[in-house]
Design a protein around this ligand. Structure first.
Ligand SMILES: Cc1cc2nc3c(=O)[nH]c(=O)nc-3n(C[C@H](O)[C@H](O)[C@H](O)COP(=O)(O)OP(=O)(O)OC[C@H]3O[C@@H](n4cnc5c(N)ncnc54)[C@H](O)[C@@H]3O)c2cc1C
Length: 390
């Protein structure tokens, strides 16, 4: 049917098509198929519609945000780095800008611009695109690239099909679980959104402190999320799925010691004696929407107990939001059976994997799209080389 068939036209599949076409100098030898009526459907949702394309941190920092094994990802990153991704989009007519945390966005802040630029490049390369088409064994090809994504946001077409495809070729798939997702505390009833800045969130598993992060987080209808909530969610969900006890501790004043908070409270009361009431005092120390939930949990709170309570607000976590709202799927096609220098299967020659379908995921901050772009580019080049070698 075609020399190279690529299953899944997301970030990874489109990049694979573009790079394979570039290497072969002939895109017509490649067929890209996707279930949807347009390519890159998930990209339209990324970065809250703004698309955090990648992160511009150097590899030694970047690698700390890749799980479970950044060493596997290194050759792909070297093949098509964050710098190269930046140049790629600028040349494709998407000017980019670096925001806080070295995150790269389109200047337009429109994720659609990123998705459409990729789809345009695929078409310009002459790649044959089959829309509304799910992969079937009958699609014969000399090389096959599986870039079907994970299981998160199934509405975008990522429904975990690639795991069965991988298994059908004899590959092992590690346990998959939702990551970068909201964590639900026991008895949680908060409705609305409160965003907190400059706070710290610590994750305890079976009473052991396993992770502590500082930055921003939010309470929403779905539980604890935002950058910090997402950052601890990978380990939290894994622990929940293992039946372990998961607790989050929120430090609302990480820059202050309990003594410093106490001194501040004393000063406030000296200036205004009406603040001797706990709720009034809390209104000075907390966002207004949090005062009531805070008081509900901290029964019988006295003024002298406030400093410790502000630094250690405990949330027993009972569940997570699940795939329908998880930014990424952790776990996937086992890295042990894939050559990191080519993305080729060690089980079946001519079979390649790219993107989220792999047991490879990143933190929030542009890391997941870079994983998709880099592994996609490397798989595309390698599939073309494979064709030329047989
Ligand atoms: C809400 C949201 C926001 C995000 N924001 C960011 C962000 O700002 N920055 C960042 O780096 N990452 C972000 N991510 C993560 C990032 O979007 C993904 O990790 C990345 O898009 C994965 O790319 P992929 O090509 O591997 O898979 P996908 O994008 O999931 O693409 C897989 C494609 O395969 C197709 N497919 C699946 N099965 C079949 C089949 N059997 N036959 C044919 N086609 C099939 C699907 O239709 C889909 O189009 C976000 C994710 C979500 C859900």
């Amino acid at each position: 049917m075609s020399d190279i068939v690529i299953i899944g036209g997301g970030a990874a599949g489109m990049m694979a098509a573009i790079f394979a076409a570039g290497r072969l100098g002939d895109g017509s030898r490649i067929t890209l198929l996707d279930k949807n009526d347009r390519l890159g459907r998930k990209i339209y949702l990324t970065g809250k519609g703004r698309c955090n394309i990648t992160n511009m941190r150097p590899w030694n920092e970047f690698s700390r945000h890749i799980h479970p094994d950044s060493r596997f990802f290194k050759p792909a990153f070297k093949c098509f780095s964050n710098e190269a991704v930046r140049t790629f989009f600028e040349e494709a007519g998407v000017p980019v800008t670096i925001e806080q945390g070295r995150r790269l966005f389109p200047v337009s802040m429109r994720a659609a611009d990123v998705a459409q630029a990729l789809e345009r490049r695929v078409k310009e390369c002459g790649v044959k695109i089959l829309y509304n088409t799910s992969w079937k064994q009958e699609f014969d090809s000399k090389a096959l690239i599986v870039s079907t994504g994970g299981r998160s946001y199934p509405i975008t077409g990522s429904t975990g099909d690639g795991y069965d495809i991988a298994r059908s070729f004899g590959h092992n798939v590690t346990r998959v679980f939702p990551s970068l997702t909201a964590l639900m505390p026991a008895g949680y009833s908060y409705r609305g959104t409160v965003e907190l800045r400059n706070v710290a969130l610590a994750l305890y598993v079976d009473r052991d402190l396993v992770q502590r992060e500082e930055g921003e987080m939010s309470f929403t209808n779905d539980g604890i999320e935002g950058a910090l909530g997402f950052r601890v969610s990978r380990r939290a969900v894994w622990a929940l799925e293992n039946g372990q006890k998961v607790t989050l501790s929120l430090d609302l004043k990480p820059a202050l010691s309990p003594q410093q908070i106490n001194d501040r409270i004393e000063r406030e009361i000296e200036n205004d004696t009406s603040l001797k009431s706990v709720p009034k005092l809390l209104r000075r120390l907390l966002p207004a929407d949090l005062v009531q939930p805070f008081l509900e949990v901290h029964n019988g709170l006295s003024i002298s107990m406030i400093p410790e309570a502000l630094k250690d607000w405990r949330f027993p976590i009972i569940s997570c939001k699940g795939y329908e709202r998880a930014v990424v799927t952790a776990g996937g096609v086992s890295l042990k059976e894939i050559n990191p220098k080519t993305m080729e299967s060690l089980v079946r020659p001519g079979l390649f994997f790219a993107g989220e379908v792999l047991d490879l995921d990143g933190d929030t901050g542009g890391y997941n799209l870079q994983v998709a772009f880099s592994t996609g580019a490397l798989a595309g080049i390698s599939a073309a080389d494979y064709l030329m070698s047989i």
